[in-house]
Design a protein around this ligand. Structure first.
Ligand code: RFL
Length: 388
């Protein structure tokens, strides 16, 4: 069994297969250090925490994860807070940075004797629908190599070899460009409020999300095509202050900007998530805009489903769960896509065919008012916000 990619999807899958006694190897393009420092997600859904806990992969999470249950909306019509941990299914998020989770999963995998090849880039998966599937790779010394495997799990993200190896016409590709971009920032500064902050402003969206006591993630909507380094640090902080309405609601704690990335809000889904012996999981299966923080959560969920299905096939010869894998994941993926799409419409004036319009601006305000005023809407929000 070969797994491409050592992100949350690949490492959860690797750990579960290893524990089930299945011979597997993980091929990872990056070096070990790069992997441990790649800061991305932070909000883990309760179901993700349960999956990690029941598989004994939650040591770090239990020790260092922080419960999080409140979000605050700031708009031209004032501000309001939702204690989503008391609404809907009454469950909180756990804030635990993705790179810490990846480091934990990696340590666990290696500690249990797992095989991982760093600096090894998968180039293509061949003969996935034939008797002898294989993966061609570029070895760390630049030379070509080949791995044979009964099954291949592509957990190598959206630009990985898994997706590239799908023959034309073998899967359907659904995609959507939301026409909205965010400048994603990591600041070496403690959180400025005790809630996720969503600010909707005529100048664009701004977001605030705690990562740890020392680091906070911020987002600033920017024009598509903006370069990550286009704005000075001072301009970034001034713009955050303005959009988060700091003069009215309190100052933001400034700090050094550790990371800047431009994130174009795009979504796509492949159907089915399988071609012969090649299975897709995580971002390789579906890319979801970070507006509702679902990507890493879907990756963990899919990895567990795939691990169980592969274990049944490889240890008992029962392929029924493998045959159901794609449909089971897709039901959850589309639900998460729908909610993320709704969040984008809540937080931005999504340009319509004729661009932004006053009509859309009024629709957005009305959507926020419904969330502020309707307990039913709040329960629905909470259920979808933490659910998967
Ligand atoms: P990953 O984490 O991208 O890991 C893929 C791994 O594959 C390797 N790779 C290859 N290896 C070998 N050969 C090749 N050809 C390869 N090509 C790639 C890569 O080096 C990498 O190590 O995918 P995975 O495991 O599917 O996990 C998905 C999540 O990383 C992603 O969905 C989330 O980070 C999305 N996301 C968030 N999700 C949440 O659930 N909660 C959040 O709060 C959240 N915040 C975010 C986010 C994504 C963000 N960005 C960068 C778009 C915040 C941001 C800014």
């Amino acid at each position: 069994m070969v797994i491409l990619g050592a992100g949350p999807a690949g490492l959860v899958l690797g750990n579960l297969l290893l524990r089930a006694g299945i011979d597997c190897a993980v091929l990872e393009r990056s070096g070990r250090d790069d992997l441990r420092h790649r800061q991305r997600a932070g909000f883990l859904a309760p179901n993700t925490v349960r999956i990690l806990a029941r598989n004994g992969l939650d040591d770090g999470l239990r020790r260092h994860g922080q419960e999080h249950r409140v979000c605050e909306f700031r708009t031209e019509d004032g501000r309001f807070r939702l204690d989503y941990g008391r609404l809907g299914d009454k469950e909180p998020h756990t804030v635990y940075p993705q790179h810490e989770l990846v480091a934990d999963l990696l340590a666990r995998f290696l500690g249990a004797g797992g095989r991982i090849r760093f600096d090894t880039e998968a180039l293509a998966v061949s003969d996935a629908d034939g008797p002898d599937p294989s993966v061609t790779v570029r070895e760390p010394d630049g030379r070509p190599g080949r791995w044979r495997a009964r099954y291949v799990a592509a957990c190598d993200g959206r630009h990985g070899a898994g997706r590239r190896s799908l023959p034309p016409g073998s899967v359907r590709h659904y995609r959507r460009d939301h026409g909205v971009s965010w400048l994603g920032l990591l600041a070496e500064a403690p959180p400025s409020l005790d809630a996720v902050g969503y600010a909707v402003h005529p100048r664009g969206f701004a977001g605030h999300m705690a990562r740890s006591a020392e680091v906070t993630r911020y987002y600033l909507q920017c024009a598509p095509g903006t370069r990550a380094d286009a704005w000075s640090d001072e301009r970034v902080w001034d713009e955050l202050d303005r959009r988060m309405r700091a003069p009215e609601y309190g100052p933001l704690t400034r700090g050094r900007l550790l990371q800047r990335t431009v994130v174009d809000l795009r979504s796509d889904v492949l159907e089915p998530l399988r071609h012969g012996a090649l299975f897709l999981a995580g971002d390789a299966a579906a890319l979801i805009s970070p507006s509702a923080a679902k990507g890493a959560n879907l990756a963990v969920l899919e990895a567990e489903l795939l691990a169980h299905a592969l274990t049944a096939a490889l240890t008992g010869g029962d392929r029924a769960a493998l045959d159901r894998y794609s449909d089971r994941c897709l039901a959850r993926i589309w639900r998460a896509q729908e909610f993320s799409h709704w969040m984008i419409g809540l937080l931005h004036e999504v340009p319509g065919p004729e661009g932004s319009s006053p009509f859309q601006e009024r629709m957005r305000r009305s959507r926020i008012a419904a969330l502020r005023d309707s307990p039913t809407q709040q329960d629905w929000f909470a259920e979808n916000y933490v659910g998967i």
